[in-house]
Design a protein around this ligand. Structure first.
Ligand SMILES: *[C@@H]1O[C@H](CO)[C@@H](O)[C@H](O)[C@H]1NC(C)=O
Ligand SMILES: *[C@@H]1O[C@H](CO)[C@@H](O)[C@H](O)[C@H]1NC(C)=O
Ligand SMILES: *[C@@H]1O[C@H](CO)[C@@H](O)[C@H](O)[C@H]1NC(C)=O
Ligand SMILES: *[C@@H]1O[C@H](CO)[C@@H](O)[C@H](O)[C@H]1NC(C)=O
Ligand SMILES: *[C@@H]1O[C@H](CO)[C@@H](O)[C@H](O)[C@H]1NC(C)=O
Ligand SMILES: *[C@@H]1O[C@H](CO)[C@@H](O)[C@H](O)[C@H]1NC(C)=O
Length: 482
């Protein structure tokens, strides 16, 4: 039977009504529904081409593996890199997948009820070389399992969503780690190497096997509106680790984890010294951290390429071991300098301030014992802390003191059972002003300069280039069959 043009038109009109009807009856259950997906979001670049993971055979049932669907979607969409770029939409559902690689001028967007579930099949994780600035994997000598979402040598890549979820299902890996059964270093959730213009925003990352977000050897990196959740006892589940990166901004993030909420790094011992790539120009704003066994912001311990110009403000810590912590050791070389922190509220802390010059933890025995780290220009101001066991434990390196420490306008209220000595200072030099309880003799009160009798430690007023990166209003519009 032939269908006339008229009949086809009628059917199209009917179909349009069905779509409108489905959209207006939210949550209506039906099979094979046709859905119009249309939304807006903010990103550093918008894309000309769009696709959904379902166009590439993706199945969001939590059981079917989508590794091939993701990789073929991204391989196919990479053809648009020089033609306005492409965005890949992941609708609501549970999308089991192994690792996949990103491409340039590309956006991965997760619906608010989309969950990427990391595969539990170890054979789905290829093994890649250790980072040259580390010389080995952190869990085991040699290679590392590739991260769930991996990208290298890219320009302009966005991973975002309406707070969609990436679930690393890390328990399997934590058990392997504790049982010393790892042949290679555990995978991270997101790792981006050698890339420029990277946005990671409005996502929830849960139960990573190890670190969550690891930009390395990259520049112009924005991490914004990311929630990271892992059990507080899970091993090495660091939140965000900018590593040998320049021009990085971390804003409006909320992190509960088993390790440092933000860990700033730049390579390990002789490997990091040889690679020589610092982390420089890092802004951290409005970070909330819960990490009872680790730091809010750690600088190191791998800092052999240097860390310079870190600006952190409006930080909240709840039940965290220490605030900003410097971790280093003889043999690391490198430097940590020009660090500025202002506006920090801390509740229930073991140490408000902690610097560790004997962190140890070497890549191997070939480190240079003459490679001494330079730690100088560390500025902390405008902080209030409650329920603190010990105000400060500042331990530099004998013969290599940490210098230029400045702490001002800080009030620390002690826990019911505090340490008797509130400040333990060795091999450090600096000044303080308006700090309660009274700091150690190595950090004497500086004479008042300002009218209110308080000397402020520096906080830069100039703008870093990363603050000039702007968001555009992007949109996605597509029909698809669910
Ligand atoms: C993140 O989400 C918030 C609130 O939903 C929105 O205002 C903001 O533009 C989003 N930002 C990015 C970078 O995706
Ligand atoms: C992803 O990139 C890594 C590193 O370049 C490579 O080893 C791996 O084979 C790639 N994976 C796929 C599926 O192409
Ligand atoms: C990626 O970039 C780095 C640094 O520029 C370079 O050494 C490396 O060869 C590049 N890798 C690929 C696969 O292009
Ligand atoms: C995103 O989801 C997480 C986990 O459900 C939640 O804690 C957080 O408040 C959400 N963020 C936003 C901005 O809705
Ligand atoms: C104070 O800190 C201790 C741990 O040192 C904790 O057990 C207690 O609940 C905290 N009290 C308050 C009021 O947060
Ligand atoms: C001292 O720090 C508090 C925040 O803890 C801030 O509100 C106040 O303005 C600061 N005072 C000066 C003189 O900077």
């Amino acid at each position: 039977m032939e269908i006339s043009l008229r009949q086809t038109q009628v059917m199209e009109i009917l179909l349009a009504f069905v779509v409108v009807g489905l959209l207006s009856s939210k949550g209506a259950e039906s099979r094979n529904r046709r859905v119009l997906d249309s939304f807006e979001y903010s990103a550093i670049s918008c894309r000309t081409h769009s696709a959904s993971i379902t166009d590439f055979g993706g199945v969001g049932d939590g059981i079917t593996s989508n590794t091939k669907a993701f990789q073929s979607a991204i391989n196919s969409l990479s053809q648009y890199a020089s033609d306005g770029g492409a965005q890949l939409f992941v609708p609501e559902g549970k999308w089991l997948t192994g690792s996949f690689n990103l491409t340039s001028h590309f956006t991965l967007y997760l619906h608010k009820d989309a969950v990427l579930l990391a595969s539990q099949d170890v054979s789905e994780w290829s093994v890649i070389n250790p980072l040259p600035s580390y010389g080995r994997g952190r869990d085991a000598v040699g290679g590392r399992y590739i991260s769930l979402i991996f990208g290298t040598n890219l320009t302009d890549v966005v991973i975002t969503g309406a707070n969609g979820t990436i679930d690393g299902q890390g328990a399997l890996w934590w058990q392997k780690f504790h049982g010393k059964k790892l042949k290679y270093t555990r995978p991270y959730l997101i790792e981006i190497l050698h890339s420029d213009l990277v946005q990671i925003s409005n996502l929830t990352l849960v139960n990573s096997p190890s670190w969550n977000v690891h930009p390395v050897y990259s520049s112009n990196v924005l991490v914004q509106g990311v929630t990271i959740i892992a059990p507080i006892t899970s091993p090495n589940t660091d939140g965000i680790n900018p590593d040998s990166c320049s021009n990085v901004k971390i804003e409006d993030c909320y992190i509960i984890s088993g390790d440092d909420c933000v860990a700033v790094k730049s390579g390990w011992d002789e490997y990091g010294i040889a690679y020589g790539m610092p982390t420089k120009g890092l802004i951290i704003r409005r970070l909330t951290c819960i990490s009872p066994y680790s730091a809010v912001i750690a600088l190191g311990s791998e800092m052999s390429g240097g860390i310079q110009d870190v600006r952190a403000e409006d930080i909240v810590a709840i039940h965290t071991e220490s605030g900003v912590r410097i971790k280093t050791a003889v043999g690391r070389g490198g430097y940590v300098k020009d660090i500025y922190v202002k506006g920090m509220t801390m509740k229930t802390m073991k140490w408000a301030f902690w610097m560790t010059g004997n962190y140890g933890s070497h890549a191997d025995t070939h480190y240079d014992p003459k490679a001494l780290p330079v730690i100088k220009g560390i500025n902390y101001r405008d902080m209030v802390a409650e329920n603190v066991t010990m105000a400060g434990r500042l331990e530099g390196i004998s013969g290599d003191p940490f210098t230029g420490i400045c702490i001002s306008n800080v009030t620390i209220a002690l826990a019911p059972k505090p340490k008797k000595v509130q400040w333990l200072c060795t091999d450090v030099e600096g000044v303080t002003s308006g700090v309660v309880p009274q700091p150690c003799a190595l950090l004497p009160e500086k004479s008042a300069e300002s009218p209110d009798g308080m000397t402020s430690c520096a906080f830069p007023t100039d703008t870093l280039p990363v603050d000039n990166m702007e968001f555009k209003k992007c949109s996605y519009k597509r029909n698809y069959i669910l």
